[in-house]
Design a binder for this molecule. Structure first.
Ligand code: 8Y7
Length: 290
């Protein structure tokens, strides 16, 4: 016989992700702070100053209210240059290691490369964030052989060319079906459903109209019964609506983030952590009211 206590415990445990021994409670919306590890012109990552600097940024984001730090060494901006496996490893692995060892926070590895995923997991990463949803060679197998949550994101095309002429029959249906298929492929190879998160991939092969439809209908993705992650921070969709450059997109970012939470987002990936944390606390206070 299930007692009320057991039922309640089941409901709340389904909202807690185990990220390599650190728990991520999704019963209220959480913040993933963005940590780009793109080295200065004198080094290609891995040196003491780069790692110190990254650790300081992570510590600050944690203090400001981030629950996850997303460490990325490959730029996926439209038109960005590709990065070699060794370069990416040299950049991100020492940073993942340093954060895991020094801070009590979940570290997410933003990569599509199987080798980088594997080495980041060894270094203590608690989540994989893959904009290619495990479509690169070997990535599904690494996912099957580790035990941490994985965010599957939708992207149409490749970063270099994805914004040139994105096309959908129905953007919400198409993205939904893509994510369903990726979930199925993960399931087939032995990844437990409970380890997956989904993300419609705002700005990744999408026009402004596509992005707006996806946000308006974001609640559709809750049918997948998995946590939903959303990244809209400073993105060009805001620039396109407000005609402001990248450093003037904070208010637009917050507006979109709050609407995403109302439509079911569980994790907001953003640059300006303290500002988003305030907005999400206000949001949570209102939705928790009688
Ligand atoms: C997203 C992302 C980026 C996103 C997830 C940027 C790595 C571009 N955007 N990961 N990564 N969702 N899951 O402007 O929207 O931050 S990079």
């Amino acid at each position: 016989m299930d007692t009320w206590e057991n039922l309640l415990a089941n409901i709340s445990s389904s909202m807690i992700l185990d990220c390599a021994g650190r728990s991520l409670d999704l019963s209220s919306p959480k913040i993933m702070g963005i940590l780009n590890v793109t080295p200065d012109s004198f080094s290609d990552g891995g040196n003491f100053l780069d790692v110190e600097n990254a650790l300081r940024q992570a510590e600050r984001m944690m203090r400001e209210g981030a629950t996850v730090i997303d460490v990325g060494g490959e730029s996926t901006r439209p038109g960005a240059q590709a990065v070699s496996v060794q370069q990416e490893l040299d950049r991100v692995v020492p940073v993942v290691e340093a954060i895991v060892q020094n801070l009590d926070i979940v570290v997410s590895i933003d990569t599509s490369k199987a080798v980088v995923m594997r080495e980041a997991v060894v270094a203590g990463a608690g989540m994989i964030n893959d904009v290619r949803a495990l479509r690169e060679p070997g990535a599904l197998e690494v996912a099957a052989n580790c035990d941490i949550p994985i965010c599957l994101m939708h992207m149409q095309g490749e970063p270099r060319s994805m914004q040139s002429n994105p096309q959908y029959l129905d953007v919400v249906d198409d993205v939904f079906e893509f994510l369903e298929e990726r979930i199925e492929d993960c399931f087939k190879i032995g990844v437990n459903r409970k380890r997956l998160l989904v993300d419609p991939g705002f700005g990744f092969g999408k026009s402004l109209a596509h992005n707006l439809s996806l946000l308006k209908h974001l609640d559709v993705f809750s049918r997948l019964e998995l946590p939903v992650l959303v990244g809209v921070s400073r993105k060009s969709m805001i620039g396109a609506m407000l005609n402001v450059d990248v450093h003037e997109r904070l208010y637009g970012s917050i507006a979109l983030a709050v609407m995403a939470c109302q439509k079911g987002a569980n994790i907001i990936r953003c640059h300006d952590v303290s500002e988003h944390a305030q907005a999400l606390r206000i949001y949570h206070a209102v939705v928790s009211a009688q």
